[in-house]
Design a protein around this ligand. Structure first.
Ligand code: NAD
Length: 250
C-alpha cells in the first residue's frame, strides 16, 4: 500500500499509543516519517519500521517545533503531513483542585502544541509551495463534559475550534487542517483505567459506555488519521472527525 509514497510525515507523541500506531501506519503506507516524543520510547517506534526516524522534542515548545519541522524537511526533503498528536491528560481533578499552573502546563502541550504545529508547519508548506494536510488530536472530551478533567476538556474543545479557524485562515493555500476526536482508546494515557477495571474483573465494562460495547485500540484512530491526511479526504477541511464507537452520540 503506497497511499503516502514520497510523502514526508511528522508525528508528535509518537512513542506510545495513538501516535506510535499512526507513525507505523504512515510508514507501512509508503511515507517517510519523523517520529517525535519527549521520551526514549520514540526510538522503539523507529525500530518498528525502517522508514521511521526518531527525534526527541517537546511539542509544546516553539523552538523544538521549529527544529522538528526543519529536521523533517532536511531528512525527508519536505513536509507534507503533520499529525500534531502529543497530549497529556492532567488527571480527573475537578475545578477546585486544579491550579493555574496545572492549566498552563496542560494547555502548553494540548492546545499551544497544535497551534505551533499549524503555525510553523503551514508556513513551511506555504514556503515550499506544496499543499499539505495537518491533523490534530482533539477528543470526545472536547465535545461533551465528563470524559476528562476541566483543563483537558477545555484544551480539546480549543483544538476543535483551532482547526476550524486555521482551515479558514489558510484559505486558498491548499493546506487542509482537521482534527480527530477519539473516544476511550487503550493507550499509555488510559492504562490506569484499564488496569483498575481488569483488577476488578470489569475490563469489559469500559466498553459498555458505547454502542459497540468495547474499548478502542490505537490503530482504530490511526486509520482515521491516515484518511484525513490522505488525498481521499481532499474535500474534508476544518472538520473534527469523531471516532468513538458512538460514545458521544448515545
Ligand atoms: P499516550 O500517553 O500513550 O501517548 C502520548 C505520547 O505523547 C507519549 O509518548 C508522551 O510521551 C508524548 N508527549 C506528551 N507530552 C509531550 C510533549 N510535550 N512533546 C512531545 N511528546 C509528548 O496517550 P495517547 O492516548 O496515545 O494520546 C495521544 C493523544 O490522543 C493525546 O492528545 C490525547 O489527549 C488524545 N486522546 C486520547 C484518548 C484515549 O482514550 N487514549 C482519547 C481522546 C484523545
Amino acid at each position: 500500500n503506497a497511499r503516502f509514497a514520497g510523502k514526508s510525515v511528522l508525528v508528535t507523541g509518537a512513542a506510545s499509543g495513538i501516535g506510535r500506531a499512526a507513525a507505523i501506519l504512515f510508514a507501512e503506507q509508503g511515507a517517510r516519517v519523523l517520529a517525535v516524543d519527549l521520551t526514549d520510547g520514540v526510538e522503539a517506534t523507529a525500530a518498528a519500521h525502517p522508514a521511521i526516524t526518531a527525534m526527541r522534542g517537546d511539542a509544546g515548545n516553539e523552538g523544538d517545533v521549529i527544529a522538528m519541522i526543519a529536521a523533517a524537511i532536511q531528512t525527508h526533503g519536505g513536509i507534507d503531513v503533520i499529525f500534531a498528536n502529543a497530549g497529556i491528560s492532567g488527571g480527573m481533578a475537578g475545578i477546585f483542585d486544579q491550579s493555574v499552573e496545572d492549566w498552563q502546563a496542560l494547555l502548553q502541550v494540548n492546545l499551544i502544541g497544535p497551534f505551533l504545529a499549524i503555525k510553523h508547519g503551514a508556513k513551511a508548506m506555504l514556503d515550499a509551495g506544496t499543499a499539505g494536510a495537518i491533523v490534530c488530536t482533539a477528543s470526545v472530551a472536547g465535545l461533551r463534559a465528563g470524559a476528562g478533567g476541566p483543563a483537558y476538556s477545555a484544551s480539546k474543545a480549543g483544538v476543535i475550534n483551532l482547526v476550524q479557524t486555521a482551515a479558514q485562515q489558510l484559505s486558498g493555500s491548499g493546506i487542509r487542517v482537521n482534527a480527530v476526536c477519539p473516544g476511550l482508546i487503550e493507550t499509555g494515557m488510559t492504562q490506569s483505567f484499564y488496569e483498575r477495571a481488569r483488577a476488578k474483573g470489569k475490563s469489559d465494562q469500559l466498553g459498555q459506555l458505547n454502542p459497540l460495547k468495547r474499548g478502542g485500540q490505537p490503530i482504530e484512530i490511526a486509520t482515521a488519521v491516515a484518511f484525513l491526511a490522505s488525498d481521499e479526504a481532499s474535500y474534508v477541511n476544518g472538520h473534527a472527525l469523531v471516532v468513538d464507537a458512538g460514545l458521544s452520540s448515545s
